[in-house]
Design a protein around this ligand. Structure first.
Ligand code: ZSY
Length: 396
């Protein structure tokens, strides 16, 4: 929206108040007021508030962060839920309530805390007040995630808006119960599934994801993911933002049979070392915090990390927090995509510990590799759902 420049010719007296004594400002004969686009002003206002909160160490309300990082139409913010980017939260308006959802390219259910739950489970949450007239009769859902967390409930068809993109009748999976992990996390009000609708868990009839509902109405049938290290990023629906990446986008075909954004990695390199050719089946998954890769790769990687060990007690590879591990590159479509070593120093194993948990872990027991946030937070990733779905990677 271009800013509107109004030229007002008026002779008006401005009476400014400085302290208690009114100060008369001389009457201007002609002046021009350059009107700043309202949203630009508001955004700067919200951003200056964020800076003040940060300066004094105050917890910043997500609603303020969302206002500060609101993007152009189609773009929704992805705000770290904590200091270690364990998850990212995106504001989603369902009916007339805005909730904070974890946008998850590894699952396909849009589910949300709701008025169907015991009120004790709703403390600290925004939640969907179900509208009985919008209930999808006979429909229910239940999902379990890889970390053992999960939720279940019933289904409503209601208006959902993400980044200014509206789905007028979207399947909204209202929770009747959620697992302990979700009850303990008071920042997350639910998930926004962005995997393929084929793995939606609603019975008897699987429902469409938000992206599938709006896809035909978007400028392009795609969404672009721009997660950041310890900073707010974005989900862009229907367009690719050239300002968010450098160099070229490398596309590879997606394997859709399991319902994930799944593809083949061709090899890897540790630090500045030689590339090892290796065909690795992987998925991109914004809903998974870390990166889970084959044990041969992970073992070779941590051999190059001073003080690293695979600790049963801590649940995976750990190393001294003072260590900056080497970069790790994976080859996709013939192009090396590098994870900065700094991003692989994930977090202390417990608050205050000097032992840190590795951002790269072994995929043993999962059945495939997962390129979660540790990988994604330095990339701009295009999820294109044309007849042959493709996934594209570029450097931020
Ligand atoms: O948490 C999930 C996950 C997501 C969706 C579903 C599902 C079941 C039915 C529909 O969707 N099931 C999962 O398990 N991970 C990440 C993961 C898996 C295993 C270990 C750690 N992390 C899926 C994306 C790979």
């Amino acid at each position: 929206m271009p800013s509107i420049i109004n030229t007002l010719t008026a002779a008006v007296a401005f009476v400014g108040v400085v302290g208690a004594t009114p100060v008369e400002i001389p009457k201007p004969k002609h002046f021009t007021i350059k009107q700043v686009e309202r949203s630009q002003f508001l955004r700067n206002g919200a951003q200056s508030k964020v800076k003040t909160f940060r300066k004094y160490g105050a917890k910043i309300p997500l609603s303020l962060l969302n206002a500060a990082y609101a993007g152009p139409n189609g773009s929704a913010p992805a705000v770290p839920g904590d200091a270690y980017d364990s998850l990212y939260l995106t504001p989603v308006t369902i009916a007339n309530t805005t909730v904070q959802l974890d946008a998850d390219t590894g699952s396909a259910d849009l589910w949300v805390f709701s008025s169907l739950q015991a009120s004790s489970q709703l403390t600290g949450h925004d939640y969907y007040k179900v509208d009985a007239s919008k209930k999808v009769q006979g429909a229910s859902w239940r999902i379990t995630y890889g970390d053992g967390s999960g939720a279940a409930g019933t289904v409503y068809a209601d208006k959902v808006v993400v980044g200014g993109v509206t789905a007028t009748s979207q399947a909204v999976e209202a929770a009747t119960s959620v697992s302990a992990q979700f009850q303990q996390d008071r920042d997350t009000d639910g998930l926004l599934g962005l995997a393929f609708s084929s793995i939606n868990t609603v019975k008897p009839t699987p429902q469409k994801t938000f992206f599938d509902t709006v896809k035909a109405s978007l400028p392009e049938p795609l969404f672009s993911v721009n997660l950041k290290y310890h900073a707010a990023g974005s989900y862009d629906f229907g367009f690719i933002d050239k300002a968010k990446y450098t160099g070229d986008i490398t596309y590879v075909d997606v394997i859709t049979k399991n319902g994930f954004w799944e593809f083949t990695v061709d090899g890897y390199a540790i630090g500045s070392g030689a590339t090892t050719k290796s065909s690795i089946d992987a998925i991109a998954d914004t809903g998974t915090t870390l990166a889970y890769l084959p044990s041969t790769l992970v073992s070779a990687y941590y051999k190059q990390v001073t003080g690293a060990k695979n600790s049963a007690q801590d649940g995976g590879y750990v190393f001294p927090c003072s260590t900056t591990p080497p970069d790790l590159s994976i080859v996709i479509g013939g192009v090396k995509q590098t994870i900065p070593g700094k991003h692989i120093n994930y977090a202390p194993v417990t608050t205050g510990s000097t032992t840190c948990f590795g951002g790269v872990q072994d995929n043993t027991g999962i059945g495939f590799s997962i390129l979660g946030d540790i990988f994604l937070k330095s990339k701009y990733v295009i999820h294109e759902a044309k007849d042959t779905p493709r996934i594209g990677f570029a450097q931020q």
